[in-house]
Ligand binder design. Sequence first.
Ligand code: ADP
Ligand code: ZN
Length: 433
Amino acid sequence: MYHPLGTLDYITKAALRKLQWEKFSKTLEHVYHNVAWYRNQMLEKGVQPADIRGLEDMYKLPFTVKTDLRDTYPTGLFAVKQSEIVRLHASSGTTGKPIVCAYTQEDIEIWQEVVVRALLAFGLHSGDILQNSYGYGLFTGGLGLHYGAEALGLTVIPVSGGNSERQIMFLRDFGVTAISCTPSYFIHLLDIAQQMKVDFKELPLKIGVFGAEPWTEGMRQVIQSGSGLKAYDIYGLTEISGPGVGAECVHQNGTHIFEDHFYPEIVDSKTLEPVPDGQEGELVFTTLDKRGMPLIRYRTRDITRLYEDECPCGRTIRRMEKISHRSDDMFIIRGVNVFPGQIESALLAVEGSLPHYQIILTRDHGLDNVEVQVEIDPNLIGDTIRELEQLQSSIHKKIETTIGIRVKVTLMEPNRIPRSEGKAKRVIDKRTI
Ligand code: ADP
Ligand code: ZN
């Protein structure tokens, strides 16, 4: 039913900008007339839809932030009658009220279309069997991937998260060719498969659809060399619809954004001024054709850059650097900004440490301390204390050169760090103010 050449992935830049503007001007009118909250925001800023004469005027519009979604909970940002809403999803966030997204039938179709385009970009097509191990329910991962995969004509096994032994059994017994889950959960499945004496390299499994959490290139290498599959990035967030806001292509050199639906901007994290393509900052999205709950200039808190060059795959839609950190996850230690992804890269560069780790923050007499707990390769368990000390010291040095501060490194036996079926919890902040 779908073919990549029939989609807008390859549209000319000029036609794309024209399309984006046509869609955006309609969305702006739609929210101005149907969402009191947006109208008030614009009135407060002294800007009206008529003042926005092109995409280049977008910067005049106010941002939408996560707390706005909480403050307008439950239905304050809905832009259509309830009878037009066909589905709701929500992300738990951290504390307090959930962040909700409402979809009309058209919104669901757009979401399905972008997931199809993502799966096509990974090289999947009818005949492939996808084991969807993202959680089903309010979380967008499960149902989002599911409907896109079905629309493309794949066979979908909706296992959801958890019950890892059964996951391995299905992967093996049904000749599954692709799996979708968080990269951290896949690493866990790899361990379980090893215990069950199942070698992923001997299975037809060839493609991993990984997202929902930041993951580094180091993690990609661990996954690919351990399983023999190609690990692709899929990006998305509940607020904008769910997985499929962007996806890598076979070149694995950045995540293409389906910008005919979701218009990206990068803004300086401090000044909030737009920065040109190529420069790092916070990713901001405007939904171009969503009806149920359109968002204008939504600050994702994800840090990345848009690439200026074209991808060898021929897609003209822009790529962003694969997201390895979000500003929410950043912690400040002795005045230094640290992202868990930096620690992940350092750990994975040292042979003998496994991609299972946790970062514990404590405060002692006003001084912040970081402890990095990392599991070690089971083959090293019999090593002498001296050898283990050497490993600890290599990790210690690597982290220090990466982030510029000294941390405590604790080597853990395999399986001591808690596993997650969904998003991994990397940082435990025990500091009391
Ligand atoms: P929550 O905010 O509770 O995590 P979501 O499930 O909507 O809610 O998650 C969206 C966020 O997950 C994104 O803003 C981003 O930080 C992260 N994310 C999703 N996909 C990826 C990806 N492929 N790479 C890095 N981070 C991702
Ligand atoms: Zn590409």
